[in-house]
Design a binder for this molecule. Structure first.
Ligand SMILES: C[S@@+](CC[C@H](N)C(=O)[O-])C[C@H]1O[C@@H](n2cnc3c(N)ncnc32)[C@H](O)[C@@H]1O
Length: 343
């Protein structure tokens, strides 16, 4: 039997109309409809790939339409992602002051853009700036391209990225130490070659990163401490790394991460009703996280709880140990913590 005859032929995609694609895409973006613009791009892919004409032109849509979407705030990356976080940190540093600009550490910097934050602090005068994560970089060439965008943006708009007290000539000279040409070709190691001693990714547990005790002026983490299994051990270690007066910032995501699937099956507090939970979440509540930093000697300078309503059916099913906790522990989905090692 000729099976080919029994297989219905896939409908041939309609010819790709560049002008119509762009008109709709640009129109959606100008109306601030980034998600529909993304859908429009994704729906156009079969036609884009089926048409053999002007393939290099089509590559432009794939390259630049994606960037336009990122510029519209969808799937924040590189400069977009760095700017908001860095501005918050700069304001916080201004409130509390830094003892020195010796070593900066981004604990649990992530696998995608591990050195964006380190680059920011190096450019702002830190002697050393490290990212530390035991996850290896997920894609070095993407990380390099993102770094190229970060460095270009920092160079073009110093006023957006310079912290108070940073010397502009020094800031620009430090940015020139990166090999932007190598980064633009996706070569991360090449791009970092001239700053490899000062700006480095340490692919290991923070406790094995070989950072000199007493040397860290500023240590931050974003969405890390809810994943740390040995919280007493890690807080003790970072206390030892800090210089006296060293400042710390920690954003701790206290939510059940299954809520991010947005399938309606779980909310931010569902895991407080279950005997076991995902092995990479410690389920420590806000007061327990704060207590862990205090226990090793940190002074707590600021705490900010992000509290949201708990669905009544979830609250009624809380395990006894969570039901016995304070309201704040029961309904905080995130915690922002500023700490200092006493002088
Ligand atoms: C949710 S990710 C956050 C990544 C990044 N900070 C961000 O905001 O996008 C948490 C990261 O912390 C890392 N991590 C957890 N414990 C760590 C430790 N003890 N030392 C180094 N990295 C750690 C994990 O490997 C993971 O990549």
């Amino acid at each position: 039997m000729n099976t080919q005859n029994n297989v219905p032929k896939a409908a041939k995609p309609a010819a790709f109309d560049e002008a119509a694609f762009k008109e709709t895409f640009d129109g959606l973006l100008s109306e601030g409809k980034a998600e529909p613009a993304l859908t429009h791009l994704l729906n156009a892919l079969p036609q884009l790939s089926a048409s053999k004409l002007n393939r290099k032109e089509k590559l432009k849509h794939l390259t630049f339409a994606g960037r336009m979407l990122q510029g519209a705030g969808l799937g924040k990356y590189g400069p977009e992602k760095l700017r908001g976080k860095a501005a918050n940190l700069a304001r916080m540093v201004k409130r509390h002051g830094l003892r020195s600009r010796r070593t900066f550490v981004d604990l649990g910097c992530g696998a995608h853009e591990p050195l964006a934050m380190a680059t920011y602090f190096y450019a702002n005068g830190f002697e050393n700036a490290f990212g530390s994560d035991f996850m290896p970089i997920s894609d070095e060439s993407y990380a390099a391209l993102s770094m190229y965008d970060v460095i270009s943006s920092m160079f073009m708009f110093p006023e957006r990225y310079m912290m108070e007290g940073t010397d502009q000539a020094d800031y620009l000279a430090r940015l020139r130490n990166f090999d932007a040409a190598a980064l633009s070709k996706g070569d991360l190691a090449g791009g970092l070659r001239n700053v490899a001693e000062q700006v480095a990714f340490k692919c290991c547990d923070i406790v094995e990163a070989g950072i000199a005790p007493g040397s860290v002026s500023f240590l931050i983490s974003y969405a890390v401490f809810e994943h740390v299994m040995d919280v007493p051990g890690v807080t003790k270690h970072i206390y030892e790394l800090m210089e006296p007066g060293g400042l710390g910032f920690h954003y701790i995501d206290l939510a059940d991460h299954r809520a991010y699937r947005h399938d309606g099956d779980y909310n931010e507090f569902s895991f407080l009703t279950e005997e076991t939970c995902a092995p990479n979440l410690n389920r420590l509540r806000a007061s327990e996280q704060i207590a862990a930093f205090k226990a090793v000697g940190f002074e707590i300078l600021e705490t900010q709880h992000k509290r949201i309503p708990v669905p009544e059916t979830t609250r009624a099913a809380y395990l006894p140990r969570f039901a016995a906790m304070s309201e704040e522990d029961q309904d905080s989905r995130a915690l922002r913590l500023v700490i200092r090692k006493p002088v």
